[in-house]
Design a binder for this molecule. Structure first.
Ligand code: SIN
Length: 208
């Protein structure tokens, strides 16, 4: 699936199905488990209401994406342990270079874990500093029903199934489009013995 800017050849969203073969998925899962030992998953709170997300989160890289009552922001440290985030695994940086073609490195890698009943509303990247940088999303485990809208909360949306090993690249203005996960389709992958889905979302935060 590719979404192009109207009347141009600019590709805004590229879905690369089966990008990671099963062996690479297993290696990536081992990397994620190792980094979660140092930066455990925690339950973030939504801006204003403080209600917990159903998705649990962690990060790796120099900056981590956080959400709490006061809003969204990037932070160099884990909000629960106070420790710096672990480094982004080398294989993830290789994936970033290969899939995005970017000559610079991402600074934030959000690690989301979706249990069978988790979903994610349509958040939006509002940070303007690195506005031309792509976003890379890597899916592992159960298939997710991913929804992508547009620049406005009420822009029309379309959905795509993201299976284990699938990769999505959002480029240009699509970086700021509303997107989320409607639901997980339990039992669609055997990669995670506990079920559910990991998603890594890589972003450049400051201009390269
Ligand atoms: C996100 O954009 O933060 C996550 C999207 C996903 O889980 O596919």
């Amino acid at each position: 699936m590719a979404v192009r800017a109207r009347n141009t050849k600019i590709t805004l969203m590229r879905l690369l199905p089966h990008y990671l073969p099963i062996e690479a998925q297993r290696r990536l899962l081992a990397e994620i488990r190792a980094l979660l030992e140092r930066a455990p998953l925690y339950s973030p709170a939504m801006p204003r209401s403080g209600s917990p997300y159903s998705v649990r989160m962690s990060n790796c890289g120099p900056l981590g994406w956080l959400s709490d009552r006061s809003g969204y922001r990037y932070s160099p440290t884990h909000p629960v342990t106070g420790e710096p985030w672990p480094a982004i695994p080398a294989m993830v940086l290789d994936l970033w270079r290969a899939a995005t073609g970017a000559a610079y490195e991402p600074q934030a890698c959000l690690v989301n874990y979706y249990g069978p009943a988790a979903n994610l509303g349509l958040p939006r990247d509002k940070d303007g500093a690195a506005k031309d940088a792509p976003i890379l999303s890597i899916s592992l485990g159960d298939t997710a029903l991913f929804r992508i809208g547009g620049p406005q909360r009420n822009s029309p949306t379309r959905s795509a199934k993201l299976a284990s090993g699938d990769v999505v690249v959002l480029s240009g203005p699509a970086r700021h489009w509303y997107h989320g996960v409607d639901r997980i389709l339990p039992g669609t992958s055997r990669l995670l013995p506990e079920g559910g889905r990991f998603n890594l979302t890589l972003r450049r935060v400051t201009p390269p």
